[in-house]
Design a protein around this ligand. Structure first.
Ligand SMILES: O=P(O)(O)OC[C@H]1O[C@H](O[C@H]2O[C@H](CO)[C@@H](O)[C@H](O)[C@H]2O)[C@H](O)[C@@H](O)[C@@H]1O
Length: 257
């Protein structure tokens, strides 16, 4: 059993369940080619089983939702992309907040500053942010690219724009778009639900901190590190975690019949 016993009991008795989970580094291994980061074995089946067991399952990713959707290829999956600012419903309808003219100018300026310092093909343009990726660079060039990009973007940091490191890169984003906000919104929509969030990265710490004390924050990591999560699992444990969660829901459903 991977879930703490007290949480298992709460989940077994819950009338509503909410499971929020990150994509890269949690459901899929990191790859130098972002378009090839397909889910690990057993993940698709596990997610489908969780949904069928009656849980509201939401994937919350730094990527645009459509990318996660095409990598996962699961019909009827709710995905909140762009660090949770973009909402894609289970029906595939997508809602993206618009940027102000000032924000659009800031993003354009960030792109202008990034292009001369980043090797070709390492800047990812997203609807609400820009991410510089260092994973595909030779080890010796990574620190240099990270330093140069930080220096290029630092003058743009202010009340609105911020720099956030993530596993393998650095992102220029807007402060109000973060996973903690998405989690707070979902919990507000599902006040009665027993909830959990699982993720691996620095950006997932925002999500952990937005949970209620009775919810479960799961860090997916190979070794310990400072975190707001109370449980740590390895990525290879994730399919079993999904199965365990689904089995509890299935039992709850059988009990209701
Ligand atoms: O919030 P997540 O679902 O964890 O997304 C975080 C970022 O994931 C992607 O980048 C990461 O995965 C790539 C594929 O394995 C890898 O090449 C890169 O080094 C990783 O940082 C995605 O490209 C970003 O937009 C997401 O913010």
């Amino acid at each position: 059993m991977l879930l703490p016993e007290a949480f298992r009991h709460r989940l077994a008795r819950a009338r509503h369940a909410l499971f929020m989970i990150d994509y890269d580094g949690t459901l899929a291994a990191f790859r130098a080619r972002r378009d090839l980061a397909y889910p690990d074995g057993g993940v698709r089946e596990g997610l489908e089983r969780v949904i069928a067991s009656g849980t509201r399952l939401v994937v919350i990713s730094g990527r645009e939702a459509a990318e996660v959707s095409s990598l996962l290829g699961i019909a009827g999956l709710e995905i909140w992309g762009c660090h949770g600012a973009q909402r894609r419903t289970a029906d595939g309808e997508s809602f993206l907040p618009s940027l102000t003219a000032e924000q659009q100018n800031l993003l354009a300026e960030a792109e202008t500053r990034a292009l001369p310092v980043l090797p070709e093909g390492t800047l990812e343009r997203k609807p609400l942010s820009l991410a510089g990726h260092f994973r595909s660079l030779p080890p010796g060039a990574r620190a240099e690219a990270a330093r140069d990009l930080r220096q290029a973007w630092e003058p743009l940091v202010g009340d609105d724009g911020e720099l956030r490191p993530f596993d393998g890169g650095l992102e220029f984003r807007f402060r109000r778009h973060h996973k903690g906000r998405a989690v707070a919104t979902l919990i507000d929509e599902e006040r009665e639900a027993v909830a959990a969030y699982a993720g691996d990265d620095e950006t997932d710490e925002d999500a952990f901190r937005a949970l209620r004390p009775s919810d479960l924050a799961i860090l997916v990591a190979e070794s310990d590190r400072p975190t707001a999560a109370s449980l740590r699992l390895r990525r290879r444990d994730v399919p079993a975690l999904l199965d365990e969660w689904a089995a509890i829901g299935e039992k709850r459903r059988e009990g209701k019949r």
